[in-house]
Design a protein around this ligand. Sequence first.
Ligand SMILES: *[C@@H]1O[C@H](CO)[C@@H](O)[C@H](O)[C@H]1NC(C)=O
Ligand SMILES: *[C@@H]1O[C@H](CO)[C@@H](O)[C@H](O)[C@H]1NC(C)=O
Length: 305
Amino acid sequence: MALRLCCAWIFILLLPGPSDGGKLLVVPMVGSHWLSMQQVVEKLSEKGHEVVVLMPEVSWQMKAAQAYTVKTYPVTQTLEELDGAFREYVTTNLQDRPFPLNVIAQYNISVHVFSTFFVQCKDLFSSKETLQYLNQSGFDAVLTDPVFMCGATLANYFSLPFVFFMRGFPCNLHYEAPQCPSPLSYAPRLFTFNSDHMTFFQRVENALVSLLELQYCNGFYQDAIKLSSEVLQRDVSLLDLMNSASIWLLRYDFVFEYVRPVMPNMVFVGGINCAQKKPLPKTQQSQLICFGCVFMTYGFQTACR
Ligand SMILES: *[C@@H]1O[C@H](CO)[C@@H](O)[C@H](O)[C@H]1NC(C)=O
Ligand SMILES: *[C@@H]1O[C@H](CO)[C@@H](O)[C@H](O)[C@H]1NC(C)=O
C-alpha cells in the first residue's frame, strides 16, 4: 500500500505542469478528418503545449485559429483539381458494376485519389523554406493523421517520435504494423463482410483476402513509398514507415468493430467524434446518408448494424 502511494506521488510529480509544455508539430489530413483532430489540437494548446499545424495552402475545411500556430506551405494543385478527384472517386463508388469490375474500378479510383492528394506531400518536401523552418523549430513530437502517410515520412525524416490519430487503414495495416495478433479464423478482413464467427469457407476467403492485403496497399501508397525512399535515402516499405509510431490513437470503438487484441500503445478515443453535439439540419442529414452509401460499398457496413 505504502509503495503504491509512493508511486502515485512520484507519478504526480512527474506530470508536466502548464508551464513546461512540449512543442508539437501537427500534420493533419485535410477535410473531415481535420474536424475531429482540431478538438485535440485545441485542448493540447489549452494545456500549455506549443502547437504548430502544418497546412497546405489549398485545403478543405482548414482554417487558422487562435489556439495554434499555422504554418502553410505552397502547393501546385488548385482546389478544383482536388474537388474533381474526390467527385470522381465518389461517382465511381456509387456506380453499379458487376463483380469483379466493381472491385477493379474501386481499386483504380482509390489509387488515383491517393496519388492526387499525395502531390501535396511532394510539394511539402520540395519547399526548402518549409523544411528549414521545421528543422529549426526543434519540435518534440509529431501528431499526425496517417492516411496519406506524409506525417510519418516527415517524422522519420526529422527523426522525431510520432503519434497517429486515425480512423482506420485498409489492408489491416493498423494491426499489422504494431504486430497485433490477428488470427485469420477470428479477425474478419475488410471487404469480406464476414463476422468473427466464420464457416470453413469464410475462413478460406479470409485467408485469401489477407494474402492480397499488402499488395493492394502497396498500390495505394506507391507514391508515398517512392518519396519516402528518396527523402530517407534508403529502401523503405510501408510497414517501416509506420511501425515506429509511439502511440496509436484510434478514433473508433469496439462497438463498430469486432473485438480483437491490440497492443498497449493503441488507445481507443472514439468518443472524440461526439465532442461537438448538435442535431443535424435536414439538408446535412441527406448528405450524410449519401456518404453512408460510399462507406457501405467500402465494407464499413458493420458500423451500421
Ligand atoms: C483508372 O483510373 C483512371 C483515372 O481516373 C481512368 O482514366 C481509367 O480509365 C481507369 N481505368 C479503369 C480500368 O477503370
Ligand atoms: C537540420 O539542421 C541541422 C543543422 O543545420 C542539419 O545538420 C541537419 O542535417 C538538418 N536536418 C535535416 C533533416 O534537414
